[in-house]
Design a protein around this ligand. Structure first.
Ligand SMILES: Cc1cc2nc3c(=O)[nH]c(=O)nc-3n(C[C@@H](O)[C@H](O)[C@H](O)COP(=O)(O)OP(=O)(O)OC[C@H]3O[C@@H](n4cnc5c(N)ncnc54)[C@H](O)[C@@H]3O)c2cc1C
Length: 275
């Protein structure tokens, strides 16, 4: 199928993009890497009147330190972040997650912020952002706001993004001393969306996991440390707390089992990074 007709604007500046989004109201969509939006256009699941291409906007191309965070602009492609020399040192969790995100070809086009805006419940970058307790910087023609990842993701492919609003950048908290990170994913084939993916963060005194692919959005939980006898019970409770679903890829029961097993494995691996 071919998309319904639309106007296309290649914005040269952020102001130009924001003006276009403002003028078109709910009829405009940002296009970034196009890896999710183009199939949706072709299948006519999206029928915007205007596409605002943000990839030529120089101000959105940055990866930079900002306090204890790494700020990534909306024009940064996943492959660019993957090739960033400081990635493993500053954002070890994201370094572990990125190779699971689609394929070399899709990462060469897809953007970090596009993945957040798309908000697939199985996606690796929303999961990483939730795990790290990052935040999203949103902007309209009239105002800017920053919200936590926890408040940004509302459900399956649903976010806090309002009419005329775009993601300008995302902040991922950088690696903290004395912290171990782990990431694991089960999918049908490498590069497929995850059936279940787990990210874990462990310090000497605390542990947390975040889980994607089970509920309608990535979810984060504090859990006991790996040598605590309560960990398996806690993971079991989380498995039941999540609103696991059956689909063509896996049953809800299988997903719950992955939460228990992959959860423990990922927490143990994160704890091993502490040594
Ligand atoms: C074969 C294949 C396999 C894939 N596998 C995976 C996978 O395993 N894991 C995974 O997470 N993803 C996967 N993806 C999707 C991933 O590649 C996309 O990059 C990502 O979902 C969207 O990023 P994008 O830059 O391409 O966004 P686009 O497709 O351009 O846009 C997606 C949505 O986000 C909106 N948007 C984009 N940028 C902004 C912004 N700055 N502000 C506001 N709204 C914005 C668009 O309007 C649109 O609604 C796969 C895609 C393909 C084609």
């Amino acid at each position: 199928m071919k998309p319904a007709a639309f106007d296309y604007l290649q914005a040269a500046t952020l102001d130009e993009a924001l003006d276009a989004l403002h003028e078109a109201g709910g009829d405009a969509r940002v296009i970034a890497g196009g890896q999710s939006l183009v199939p949706m256009l072709n299948m006519r699941l999206a029928r915007p009147a205007v596409l605002v291409d943000i990839m030529r906007i120089e101000a959105l191309q940055k990866i930079e330190r900002s306090g204890g965070d790494i700020l990534i602009g909306a024009g940064v492609r996943q492959a660019k972040l993957e090739a960033w020399p400081d990635l493993a040192n500053r954002l070890p969790l994201v370094a572990m997650a990125l190779p699971w995100l689609g394929h070399v070809q899709t990462r060469a086009r897809g953007t970090v912020c596009g993945s957040l805006a798309h908000a697939d419940p199985s996606a690796e970058l929303p999961l990483s952002l939730i795990a790290l307790r990052g935040s999203v910087h949103l902007r309209t023609k009239r105002k800017k706001r920053t919200i936590s990842a926890e408040d940004f993701f509302l459900g399956m492919m649903a976010t806090e993004l309002a009419e005329g609003e775009m993601i300008e950048a995302v902040s991922f908290p950088a690696r903290a001393d004395g912290t171990g990170y782990g990431f694991n994913e089960i999918g049908r084939r490498h590069g497929d969306f995850a059936i279940t993916a787990v990210a874990a963060i462990v310090t000497e005194h605390s542990a947390s996991i975040a889980i994607a692919g089970v509920d309608d959005r990535p979810r984060r939980f504090d859990v006991p440390l790996p040598d605590d006898s309560g960990l398996d019970d806690a993971l079991n409770e989380i498995a039941w707390d999540l609103n696991a679903r059956d689909d063509i890829h896996a049953s809800a029961r299988y997903r719950r089992e992955l939460v228990r097993r992959l959860g423990r494995r990922t927490i143990e691996e994160a704890a091993a990074c502490l040594a």
